[in-house]
Design a protein around this ligand. Structure first.
Ligand SMILES: *Cc1c(COP(=O)(O)O)cnc(C)c1O
Length: 473
């Protein structure tokens, strides 16, 4: 399998999986995608029904990874997807709310959010590939919550990898701070910056823009555009499908709480592989960049002043970093056109409009996309309603998914709503909706009292670089 860039115009040699594993964007600024989508027929799907999750992951990854020996790849999958780490043998069990409506649990990993599903695999792939190359990697990032902690829990104790994670001092919830700062592994460096999240991001940019420093200190990232993260997410669409269906040609729909379009993009890939998905419903919060596109054909990135801080904060985005992948497929994989839209129109005008393009109608008709938006008030009602009706407590992001799913259910087609986090991570909104605290999984009882390690620094590039240099010595 070869990988090409969404902005490819014929130049540049196609790459293999392990070459793009440790890379971010393609050199032309595009995102990597496989040169084609391997097809899975009904007979194969039927055979996969009986597989444990780790072996299903191996089967799907094998279609995309041909530069890791099969036995090694299988071992990596089995080491990653264990009941011990993800809480159940099923790994991503389906919970029936009522006939035709399900929640798929993706948030029982170490940080209680769906990002663990991909990040845990990434940690093991990184360790494997770095050892094979005899290289080191220093992951340097900025977080306001979920991504940073998922990355740290995936990379803790891994050989060849260090993590330097900046976060705005005092801005994360006490639970999130406790989760991250109680990691005492030598290779994990928590750095609280006196400032806001944008200051942290500016520091990451400043360090990444210093190319000699970046190369010498092997600075990398784990952001959501990484193809390995995406392909890891494809697996749970297959696992959700086989649980929600009884026949191998039955249609099933998914509703996905979305921000950067990473999660639902994996659903798109699964559908392109032939998985019988009727609809992929994109649920947004007040930051409705994606809902606007699927309703109108207009994709308009927001300024930071125009980006709302909401009670489903992991979906608070100004642009959807993975969206370019879908547009590449929608436009018949025309890399020159994608480069014009994302490289030029967005940079110059901040938007593009496909309303007049016949391809736009295909997003719904040929690719199964639908969308909707949910607000704080919707979230509160949905959390209360789901609790009253089914006795199930959902987090704020999952509530956005459930709210939007209601408008897109079709008779005879099961609707699977992806549960992207557990309520305990967003306790204050749960209290607002239900007047009671969410329950806390046993392993998180008392984490606020654990010893913590965090370094507090000013937003000073030179000081940060000096810290990295010292830690790598
Ligand atoms: C990251 C995240 C999302 C959004 O996922 P994308 O892949 O960015 O669309 C939704 N819910 C939760 C809880 C998250 O952490």
């Amino acid at each position: 399998m070869h990988y090409i860039s969404t902005r490819t115009q014929g130049q540049g040699a196609p790459k293999r999986f392990c070459e793009i594993l440790l890379e971010g964007l393609a050199p032309d600024g595009g995102l990597y995608l496989p040169a084609h989508y391997p097809q899975v027929d009904a007979a194969t799907l039927g055979r996969w029904r009986a597989l444990p999750y780790a072996d299903l992951a191996f089967e799907i990854l094998s279609l995309y990874v041909d530069d890791i020996p099969a036995a090694d790849l299988r071992a990596i999958c089995r080491k990653t997807y264990t009941a011990e780490v993800f809480g159940t043998e099923a790994i991503v069990p389906l919970k029936r709310l009522e006939d035709g409506l399900y929640l798929q649990a993706l948030s029982n990993g170490p940080t209680l959010a769906f990002k663990d599903m991909a990040m845990q695999l990434l940690g093991n792939l990184f360790e494997y590939e770095l050892a094979r190359r005899g290289e080191q990697l220093n992951i340097f990032g900025a977080t306001s919550g979920d991504t940073g902690s998922a990355a740290e829990y995936a990379m803790r104790g891994k050989k060849g990898v260090r993590v330097f994670m900046t976060s705005p001092e005092g801005r994360m919830s006490p639970f999130q701070q406790a989760q991250m700062f109680s990691l005492l592994d030598d290779n994990i460096h928590n750095i609280a910056i006196r400032g806001v999240f944008d200051d942290c991001q500016d520091l990451v940019k400043a360090v990444s823009n210093d190319l000699p420093f970046k190369q010498h200190y092997k600075i990398g990232t784990v952001n959501s555009i990484n193809w390995a993260r995406l392909v890891a997410q494809v697996v749970y669409y297959f696992a959700g499908y086989v649980q929600a269906s009884t026949a191998d040609d039955q249609q099933v729909s998914f509703c996905v709480p979305s921000g950067n379009f990473g999660n639902v993009c994996a659903g798109h890939v699964a559908r392109m592989m032939g998985l019988p998905i009727a609809q992929l419903v994109v649920a947004t919060n007040e930051n409705d960049v994606l809902d606007e596109f699927f309703r109108t054909g207009r994709y308009r990135v927001r300024t930071s002043a125009d980006t709302h801080e909401t009670s489903s904060p992991s979906m608070d985005i100004s642009k959807a970093s993975n969206f370019e992948r879908f547009v590449f497929d929608l436009l018949g994989r025309d890399g020159a056109r994608v480069a014009g839209l994302f490289g030029k129109a967005i940079a110059q005008d901040g938007f593009f409009d496909l309303r007049a393009d016949p391809a736009f109608a295909k997003a719904a008709s040929d690719y199964g996309f639908a969308s909707g938006k949910s607000t704080h008030a919707d979230r509160l009602v949905t959390i209360a309603d789901t609790w009253a009706r089914y006795g199930v407590m959902v987090d704020t992001h999952t509530a956005d998914g459930l709210k939007v799913a209601q408008y897109h259910r079709q008779a005879g087609v099961p609707m699977v709503v992806l549960e992207t986090a557990l309520p305990i991570k967003f306790a204050s909104t749960i209290v607002e909706a239900l007047g009671r605290e969410p329950e806390r999984p046993a392993k998180f009882v008392g984490i606020e009292d654990l010893p913590k390690r965090v370094l507090v620094m000013d937003a000073d590039v030179a000081a940060l670089k000096a810290y990295i240099v010292a830690a790598c010595a």
